[in-house]
Design a protein around this ligand. Structure first.
Ligand SMILES: NC(=O)c1ccc[n+]([C@@H]2O[C@H](COP(=O)([O-])OP(=O)(O)OC[C@H]3O[C@@H](n4cnc5c(N)ncnc54)[C@H](OP(=O)(O)O)[C@@H]3O)[C@@H](O)[C@H]2O)c1
Length: 267
């Protein structure tokens, strides 16, 4: 059964937009958060046109005060969410020397601090009610390291560390926490974060298929519905994470080679 009230960050584009539509189609009231008001209202309109219920809340998720105010407004005007999906994120995959300190800081602001602040804002009433779920969307960067994405990878480790700790901490409260690890998804992310695509390690599309936003949304939906602690799509990444734990040097050398191939396909 779909949750009744779902908050989704980064709902103006890509994975968040597709996930919002998926929950809208399942009958949830979807609360859409992101900066781009026009796009957000467009997504809300599309959900309503399809027979669902959606409300857009344009917000910049950098900084804790605006988040606190919005969470209080949602709680008093609409209610406590059944599901909070921390999806908003950005970050350019660049070599260290091309990454500015501001870039590195921005990647910590969103997704990690944004997810922390929003989760922190809604958690007390979810804990008091003793039900609900918190979902985090991340990338294999939370568990693997490849060249030319150091600031992005560091920020994704922060997000996964936060999510894994909450799994342990919130277990006795009746809340569940789902960490969703998605491989490459064909979304506007790659235009929004210039220079990133050429630093995606080159793998066989047969072995590691690229996902559509709808496939990513379905994986999020199914994982949360089953209250899974850990969702990995495509599943091959599970094997890579195990291999990385057992044979870190081998995996590191494969990833170095795949990253070089991505930047310089002829070598
Ligand atoms: N695409 C992939 O291959 C892939 C794979 C694994 C994980 N992910 C992760 O999945 C998440 C969604 O990615 P996507 O592919 O859907 O990218 P996207 O199309 O670029 O969407 C990113 C979303 O985050 C929002 N956002 C960014 N900064 C924000 C801020 N300061 N305040 C509020 N909202 C903000 C954007 O909205 P506004 O610009 O309107 O604010 C947008 O809705 C990201 O965390 C990404 O790292 C992506």
């Amino acid at each position: 059964m779909a949750p009744k009230l779902v908050v989704i960050t980064g709902a103006s584009s890509g994975i968040g937009e597709a996930t919002a539509k998926r929950y809208g189609a399942a009958g949830a009231h979807v609360l859409l958060l992101a900066r781009n008001a026009e796009r957000l209202y467009g997504v809300a309109h599309a959900i309503r046109e399809a027979g669902g219920t959606a409300t857009a809340f344009p917000i910049d998720l950098v900084g804790s005060e605006a988040i606190k105010e919005l969470a209080a407004r949602i709680e008093s005007e609409i209610g406590t969410p059944d599901l909070l999906i921390n999806n908003a994120g950005a970050g350019r995959w660049l070599p260290l020397v091309d990454t500015t300190p501001d870039d590195a800081r921005a990647m910590i602001d969103v997704p990690y601090l944004a997810a922390f602040n929003l989760t922190r804002a809604f958690a007390p009433s979810m804990i008091a009610r003793r039900s609900g779920g918190i979902v985090f969307i991340t990338s294999p960067a939370s568990y693997l390291a490849w060249p030319n994405a150091s600031a992005y990878i560091a920020a994704r480790r922060a997000l996964a560390g936060f999510a894994e700790t909450l799994q342990a901490e919130l277990k006795p409260t009746g809340l569940f926490v789902t960490l969703v690890v998605l491989g490459t998804v064909e979304t506007p992310y790659w235009e929004h974060n210039p220079g990133s695509r050429q630093n995606v390690p080159k793998t066989s599309p047969w072995l590691v298929p690229t996902l559509t936003p709808e496939q990513a949304a379905q994986a999020i939906f199914d994982g949360a519905e089953q209250q899974k602690p850990f969702v990995v799509k495509p599943a091959i990444y599970r094997a890579l994470f195990v291999m990385n734990a057992l044979f870190p040097k081998t995996v590191a050398s494969q990833l170095r080679r795949a990253a070089k191939k991505a930047r310089d396909p002829v070598t």
